[in-house]
Design a binder for this molecule. Structure first.
Ligand code: PGA
Length: 273
């Protein structure tokens, strides 16, 4: 049995200590009471320590939104796994807003002359893979985002592209390590658009493509053990339909995790008792 997991990705919101604490204090006890589902908040770095403090009396998990793979070094502005350990239990890796360079400069900058073909993605498949290894080495659970864009979806390339992202992210792990990862299937066209994938489509990609890729690398037992979330315009109204799908083990929630009715969203994701 896979334990469901709902994570709220705050992105670049509620990053001042006063506003973050006001929100968390408002939801934490009601969120904490919900049984049968792991619940995780992923605020900006600036408030992680403060939020960790107010979550201390609860079972609510805390996650970062990215991290570097090195312990320390000349990486201006980066945060390392060594800095997060003891503070966070989770880290989101390979979010599409980072993979596509959206966080750096929209649209992604063209490579400098002579470096055409060089990596312009901020968080490449290779970087995600290093980060996954680093997170696991520090006992931090990676939430690894994968997903196709609209053109790939319409061209029927979803399975090939998403399968490739999964294989790249998990390369070099043992089956036991792979089983500790959480994967979030987030089709890019569904993120922040209010246009979620259908539960049936999400279930198919997660079951066939994502678990299929894991089975090919680590065997069927590992494929059945890994938890896979759906993400992209999940809200209080549609979360139950996703959770009713046998392959969907939870949700990665953006916009709807910033409102107090995130508590109700998580309640609707919890198994009926
Ligand atoms: P959304 O974002 O729920 O606002 O669509 C999801 C995500 O980017 O993780």
């Amino acid at each position: 049995m896979r334990h469901p997991i709902i994570a709220g990705n705050w992105k670049m919101h509620l990053g001042r200590v006063d506003e973050a604490l006001a929100f968390v204090r408002r939801i934490r006890y009601r969120l904490n009471e919900i049984e049968g589902v792991e619940r995780v908040l992923c605020p900006p770095f600036t408030v992680l320590a403060a939020v960790a403090e107010v979550l201390r009396p609860t079972h609510i998990g805390l996650g970062a939104q990215t991290m570097h793979w090195e312990d320390h070094g000349a990486y201006t502005g980066e945060i390392s796994p060594a800095m997060l350990t003891g503070l966070c239990q989770y880290v989101i890796l390979g979010h599409s807003e980072r993979r596509t360079g959206r966080v750096a400069f929209p649209p992604p900058p063209a490579p400098p002359p002579g470096e055409e073909g060089a990596e312009v993605s901020v968080e490449s498949d290779a970087a995600v893979n290093r980060k996954v290894h680093a997170a696991l080495a520090y006992g931090i659970t990676p939430i690894i985002c994968v997903g196709e864009n609209l053109a790939q979806n319409e061209a029927g390339q979803t399975d090939e592209f998403v399968g490739g992202q999964v294989r790249a992210a998990l390369a070099g792990l043992t089956a036991q390590q792979a089983e500790q990862c959480v994967i979030a299937y987030e089709p890019l066209w569904a993120i922040g658009t209010g246009k979620a994938a259908t539960p049936v489509d999400a279930n198919r990609v997660i079951g066939l493509t994502i678990r299929g890729a894991i089975a090919g690398m680590f065997g069927e037992a590992a494929a059945q053990a890994v938890r896979v979330q759906y993400g992209g315009s999940v809200n209080v109204e549609n979360v139950a339909a996703f959770m009713a799908m046998p392959e969907v083990d939870g949700a990665l929630v953006g916009g709807a995790s910033l409102k107090p009715d995130f508590v109700e969203l998580v309640r609707r994701a919890a198994p009926a008792r």
